[in-house]
Design a protein around this ligand. Structure first.
Ligand SMILES: [Zn+2]
Length: 311
């Protein structure tokens, strides 16, 4: 199934709840399980998983962070708070506006067929349709409403935003994205950044580590490398800043990070109706609401690839 790149089952020589990982899934470097400096542990950031600790390994060569958690994707996504609770509110519209401007820069028009791959509960598809992009559809194997897609249908744009970090095998995922594209089609891939993930201070990166949902977190350089090595594709553009980073009040990554920190990094609480009241208790949040763009706490690399016409 698309996106469901299963993880090797655990064997008797590893903990029951961890996968066996011998090599980096990106560069192939060997993992030494006894190297403490290359490993760390962090709690989950959702209500369901905040009481559990998950181990991570950071590849010394390519800086890719791997989750060692053994997870059943059907289980962890059955009550995923993002899919259950996020809405197309003012803040979502703000960051989607920025994402749309990137796509338009890559040539997107209202006549194009667009696939939002890993669309969650479909709010970006909803946004695109509202803006007149009638050819937008979504696919997400873990959301019943979006779990069906004609396997032969091709698209002019495939958007996989904040998805590749949720799969275990990034190359297989990118290949799947590429196969969905028509010739000359455009693939946009955005993700979390592993460059500043410090294994000694993982709590600083709690939101983007997002355990046990994020399987693999890479650097901008690695994302570019994975895109550039795709046969039949050309790397058009690479971004470092998060698509969430705008000058609009409240629409920036730093504010979201600080807001979640104020809620003790329990993501479900951020979706509650009265969550914004925390701003009254912590006025410091207002500083980041308005100026967070200038003080990013993390980057979110993205690449734009073009599928070459090889008739
Ligand atoms: Zn590596």
């Amino acid at each position: 199934m698309l996106l469901d790149y299963g993880i090797q089952p655990s064997t008797s020589n590893v903990k029951i709840d961890e996968i066996r990982l011998d090599h980096c899934r990106v560069c192939g470097s060997a993992r030494n399980p006894d190297d403490r400096t290359a490993h760390g542990a962090i709690r989950g950031n959702t209500s369901r998983f905040r009481g559990r600790t998950f181990r991570l390994w950071k590849c010394g060569r390519c800086q890719t962070v791997h989750s060692l958690a053994k997870v059943d994707f059907n289980d962890i996504y059955k009550d995923y708070p993002v899919n259950l609770h996020q809405t197309l509110d003012t803040f979502a519209r703000g960051r989607f506006g920025n994402l749309l401007s990137r796509l338009k820069r890559a040539g997107l028009t209202k006549e194009h067929r667009i696939l939002d791959l890993g669309c969650g509960n479909g709010i970006f598809v909803q946004y695109l349709k509202e803006k007149g992009y009638a050819g937008a559809v979504g696919f997400d194997p873990y959301v019943p409403q979006f779990s069906q897609l004609d396997p032969n249908e091709k698209f002019d744009f495939v958007i996989a935003n904040d998805v590749i970090e949720h799969v275990a095998e990034p190359r297989a995922f990118l290949q799947e994205c590429g196969e969905r594209l028509a010739p000359n089609g455009i693939l946009y891939v955005g993700t979390a950044d592993s460059e500043d993930v410090d294994l000694k201070h993982l709590s600083k990166s709690l939101m983007k580590l997002h355990q046990p949902f994020h399987q693999i977190i890479m650097t901008q350089q690695t994302l570019e490398h994975l895109g550039a090595e795709m046969p039949g594709f050309h790397l058009l553009r690479s971004y470092r800043r998060s698509y969430m980073d705008t000058l609009k009040p409240f629409v920036n990554y730093r504010f979201l990070d600080e807001f979640n920190r104020a809620l003790d990094h329990e993501m479900d609480r951020a979706f509650e109706k009265d969550a914004a009241k925390i701003i009254l208790k912590k006025p410091r949040l207002l500083l980041f609401a308005f100026l967070g763009y200038f003080f990013p706490s993390a980057y979110e690399p993205a690449i734009v690839l073009k599928k070459l016409d090889r008739k």
